[in-house]
Design a protein around this ligand. Structure first.
Ligand code: AMP
Length: 294
């Protein structure tokens, strides 16, 4: 396994793999602090591709000034050891200057999809995400790029960006990996103490209730929202940021969940830690993002 810090080196290695060795490249972008959620993406990439490239880059552009960029957990030594164990071929771990050289001034925005849900609470967040993913896709030029359903809106935006701007990578969406309690794995779970971790399980419990109600015939978005909110509000340590039902592709808000898959997503504070989770309800027609939770 080689650790690469320079974008030029990463570009030339990837070019050689593609052109001279004719090997398929699977790419998994991460911010490090790896857990089993990340590892399932890598596992999928390993199964589908000849070569696996994982990036570890805490992207300043997707954090607002009040967020945890400075304190976000970083441990490249531990991450590299895990990645070597998982037979990753290349780790791309650039510095901030390597990704955003002096004078950097080009950004990618997916209009209409980036200012609601996560975007409403975190202005600029998705501009940072789509910009860094665009850069990374241009550096690595993978055949397949792997993203987690955990960040459902991110997946929707990236798929739209890749289609609109004709990136050649195919986007593969991997289901949410959860702890035994149901809590979706996240690097930010490291911030939770034992009691908060227990309380964090209410997010997935509420979503599970919504799924059960939907499967029992409740298709009204308002009533499903009420059910999710009501469940979370019973947990004293939880404070809701948002709960929402949206079309799983366009993010429009349906009154009833009928013929198109719907994304039920939420963000909840447990103490100072903001957790997100989601479930997709309804039949997916070849939409991988929607199938991921099926
Ligand atoms: P991050 O390091 O948080 O930027 O995450 C890197 C990738 O891992 C993203 O595509 C995430 O959606 C994915 N990911 C993070 N947590 C999970 C999880 N619990 N299950 C599946 N994928 C995840």
């Amino acid at each position: 396994m080689e650790i690469i810090n320079r974008r030029k080196r990463m570009m030339s290695v990837a070019r050689r793999l593609r052109r001279e060795e004719n090997r398929t490249i699977g790419f998994v972008p991460t911010m490090g602090a790896l857990h089993e959620g990340h590892l399932s993406l890598i596992h999928e990439a390993r199964a589908m591709c000849d070569v696996v490239v994982v990036s570890v880059f805490v992207n300043p552009a997707q954090f607002s000034p009040a967020e945890d960029f400075a304190s976000y957990p970083r441990d490249l030594t531990r991450d590299s050891a895990l990645l070597a164990e998982y037979n990753v071929d290349y780790v791309f771990a650039p510095t901030v200057e390597e990704i955003y050289p002096p004078g950097f001034s080009s950004y990618v925005t997916v209009a209409g999809l980036s200012d609601q849900l996560e975007g409403a609470s975190r202005p600029e967040h998705f501009r940072g995400v789509t910009t860094v993913v665009a850069i990374l896709l241009n550096v690595v030029k993978p055949d397949f790029a792997f993203f987690g359903q955990k960040d459902a809106q991110q997946v929707i935006l990236i798929k739209r960006m890749v289609r609109d701007l004709a990136f050649s990578a195919e986007i593969v969406v991997v289901p949410i990996v959860r702890e035994e309690s149901g809590l979706a794995m996240s690097s930010r779970n490291n911030y939770l103490n034992d009691e908060q971790r227990r309380a964090g399980a209410v997010l997935s419990q509420a979503l599970l209730k919504a799924r059960e109600a939907y499967e029992g015939g409740e298709h009204s978005a308002a009533r499903l929202l009420e059910l999710v909110r009501g469940t979370i509000e019973k947990e004293p340590l939880a404070r809701i940021d948002y709960v929402s039902v949206n079309d799983a592709e366009t993010l429009e808000k349906p009154e009833k969940i009928d013929d198109r898959p719907a994304l039920v997503s939420l963000a909840v504070f447990i103490g100072n830690t903001r957790l997100i989770d989601n479930v997709v309800l309804g039949k997916a027609k070849g939409n991988v993002a929607a199938e991921a939770n099926a």
